[in-house]
Write a protein that binds this ligand. Structure first.
Ligand SMILES: [Zn+2]
Length: 448
């Protein structure tokens, strides 16, 4: 796919396809249990970002008003309800698939199904045949084999299950392959007494959390355990909820909010009412990132799901944090989509900022090609992380990688044709973006 008619594309694409890859951002832990009951329409409805486009295109399906954020669209709810017959659900899926099949989200999921299962058609018969194969063959061994075949050597994971369960051995993960970051938002979005007195922090502390000092002490003890467990960084995606415009409030202001919340267990606070505490804690956690030398991954730009406000996720809103915490390394996510100019500026201007194209490659390939092209000309190539799937399954992960390798090849082969660099240099830039940079920045130690 994406054959580009330039002199150097074919040669460079062949080289880039063979490069090893370290993924900077995933959500699944590398475990692929077999499922003899797998329903292919449920799988298609629920396994990738394509569901957002289906939701976006199916405003005329059903009669219920969708709720904001991650809430399911009525179409998705219908497809996942296997009490409806396969034929009825296929008919509904096909109608909206036909409306949205040209988006990059659609390309990514079907590129993955093609690469992993040879799927070439979405006719009912082809999907049923795929379902039979996946029921029989889809398991841990198959998943590991596919990831190896596509050169994925390791992945940095923001687990969606409670991290304390991972540390306690209650959640399985693929050891030696999956590396973790600790998810921060839940620790600074405090709007009630129950959100403050987290059982796992109180367990670390060995006493009840009563003061702000207790809370911070409990968090740092927990963080130390997470570091011993092997986390390679911190991750924050608060831009889904609030603006990235963090202030630098004083302790007294934050503590007053904390004291009010902790002593009134039935009260709830609003986002703005608790902002000083939210901001204060975020700053304190960035101090810990500096103390323990942990890079911090931050979500910027486009958000999953439907109905959100993109303005609050503009990466340039983080400027005061990057100035203040100049001793912390930031890995800014998702190509800052759609804030390309601001995103490039931040990578060029701040020595402590890295630019990460995770997810962006399958949100907007043209934007990604433009990013890689302009990024090479404006930002040191040691500061760009080229790929993370940001997915939940090996097929969608590999589909996203197919797009990413193509995007990088299109951008760099164009620059070779323009005589900006030679093919050998283009290959070594691609290697830096896909493997060397994440390996170095996150201290992963994956053998070359
Ligand atoms: Zn993500």
């Amino acid at each position: 796919m994406w054959k580009i008619n330039t002199r150097s594309f074919d040669e460079l694409k062949g080289r880039i396809d063979r490069l090893p890859v370290i993924e900077t951002h995933e959500h699944w832990t590398g475990i692929c249990p077999s499922n003899p009951q797998l329903d292919i329409l449920c799988w298609l409805a629920d396994s990738s970002y394509f569901q957002s486009d289906l939701g976006s295109a199916s405003g005329d399906f059903g009669d219920r008003i969708p709720r904001p954020g991650f809430a399911m669209s009525p179409l998705l709810e219908f497809l996942l309800d296997i009490r409806h017959s396969f034929d009825l659900r296929y008919e509904a899926w096909r109608k909206y698939y036909d409306r949205t099949r040209h988006t990059a989200y659609a390309k990514a999921v079907f590129a993955g199904l093609h690469a992993c299962w040879g799927l070439d058609s979405v006719e009912k018969r082809a999907l049923l045949a795929l379902q039979e194969r996946m029921r029989a063959e889809r398991n841990q061994e198959y998943s590991d084999m596919m990831l190896a075949r596509h050169g994925i050597r390791s992945m940095i994971v923001n687990a969606l299950t409670p991290f304390q369960d991972m540390m306690a051995g209650r959640t399985p993960y693929r050891k030696g392959f999956t590396r973790f970051v600790l998810d921060l938002p839940q620790y600074h979005e405090l709007f009630s007494e129950s959100s403050i007195r987290k059982p796992h922090l109180e367990q670390e502390l060995g006493r009840k959390i009563v003061t702000l000092d207790d809370y911070l002490e409990g968090f740092e003890l927990y963080l130390k355990h997470a570091i011993e467990f092997g986390i390679v960084g911190l991750k924050d995606q608060t831009a889904y909820r609030r603006s990235l415009e963090y202030g630098n409030p004083g302790r007294a202001e934050a503590e007053a909010i904390f004291n009010r919340l902790v002593s009134r267990p039935r009260d709830l606070s609003g986002t703005q009412d608790a902002k000083a505490l939210d901001d204060y804690l975020f700053n304190r956690f960035l101090r810990l990132a500096s103390k323990y030398r942990l890079p911090v991954q931050i979500h910027t730009g486009h958000m999953a799901g439907l109905r959100n406000d993109v303005v609050k996720s503009n990466p340039s809103l983080l400027t005061p944090m990057m100035e203040l915490h100049s001793d912390v390394e930031f890995d800014l996510f998702h190509g800052g989509w759609p804030y390309l100019g601001e995103f490039l500026f931040l990578g060029k201007n701040y020595p402590n900022v890295y630019l990460d194209m995770c997810w962006a490659n399958s949100i907007d390939p043209d934007y990604s090609v433009e990013f890689f092209r302009r990024g090479l000309m404006t930002v040191p190539h040691s500061k760009i992380n080229g790929f993370g799937g940001d997915t939940h399954l090996f097929e969608t992960q590999i589909g996203a990688l197919v797009l990413a390798r193509a995007n990088i090849a299109v951008a760099l082969s164009g620059l070779v044709d323009d005589q900006w660099l030679c093919v050998e240099d283009a290959e070594s830039v691609a290697r830096a973006w896909l493997f060397d940079n994440p390996n170095r920045i996150f201290l992963l130690g994956v053998p070359a």
